[in-house]
Write a protein that binds this ligand. Sequence first.
Ligand SMILES: *[C@@H]1O[C@H](CO)[C@@H](O)[C@H](O)[C@H]1NC(C)=O
Length: 399
Amino acid sequence: MGRKSFYLMILVVLVAYYTYTPLPDNVEEPWKIMWLNTYLTIFSNVATVVELLGFNHFLDSLSFFMSLDEVPPTSDETVTVTETTFNNIPVRVYVPKRKSEALRRAIFYIHGGGWCLGSAALKSCDQLSRCTADRLDAVVVSTNYRLAPKYHFPVQFEDVYNSLKWFLRKKVLAKYGVNPERIGVSGDSAGGNLAAAVVQQLLNDPDIKIKLKIQSLLYPALQPLDFASPSYQENSHFPILPKSLMVRLWSEYFTTDRSLEKAMHSNQHVPVESSHLLQFANWSSLLPERFKKGHVYKNPTYGSSELAKKYPGFLDVRAVPLLAEDSKLRGLPPTYVMTCQYDVLRDDGLMYVTRLQNAGVQVTLNNVEDGFHGAPIFQTLKIGKRELNHYISWLNENL
Ligand SMILES: *[C@@H]1O[C@H](CO)[C@@H](O)[C@H](O)[C@H]1NC(C)=O
């Protein structure tokens, strides 16, 4: 064998090693997903090495890789795209070009990225907002917010809340031709967390007279109390969002001190004083039977009180929407929840659905049986197109 073919062989083996991930049979286009995952794994491995060498925070490297995928706010034949600020928070606004006699519906959208990554300018987010505006003939506001590791909770929450409150003012709604009775809040992943949190907060806000028409939570992260739910156990190594990454993102929302991450990873972080909160994230009582199959609920091992005193955010309802009391949930608008079967966050969404239903809120659950984290925003995949259609048609009927 010549030297060239030897190197070639090594390259092929390396690529195959990186790329090949066994996937369940019902997952469509497995090779495309493996490719997607290969990029992410390479970026994530490079970021890990760079961090180990002491050059750059893991998430700052990931954030740099992701920013390569940002696009400018370009208007097209159907939608006018502009950038502005709401209460000093940068936002992108999408307004359909076609003439409208009536005031329009509106979606306030919050991007995902684990409170650490992403922006309204990412190509996938920009496309989603554009498409939502065009297909619903609606105004879409896609908000940014300051990110970890530079900023921690409650900055992300407050930025989104302040931006939303700015939008909900009469003057601003009139400027964009929005019908105040037909406004919804939507977000994916960590954006779904922020969406659920700000929509709850709005209920008790004396400044806001507007009642939201709907909320939509796409594969949201809703609790960091129990990292051993069936979905965390089943999907801890699934492509796109392994448990280790999700735990890192959750802990970075509160602090860059890695002792919280360590405690979360072994599920020993909720202190005994807060044990009463665990009922709100108890999968044994909140998950439908079919999702519990093969899993035995273990009572929690309690963590250090000091950690919880230092970083109280992880027990704060503004970061953990699942902790809201029933009395609060009762006031929430009709809700769309999309969960993905092969996603560590699946049970967060499912538990929230149960809690909302118990509180009498009208809920539509779409558990995507062949879905994985983020599938609906990958518009190059068939599953992305299909689930986008489901989401858009729900909005069309309910907003
Ligand atoms: C969780 O729910 C199960 C079944 O309803 C119950 O036996 C268990 O004590 C609960 N645990 C906590 C911590 O709430």
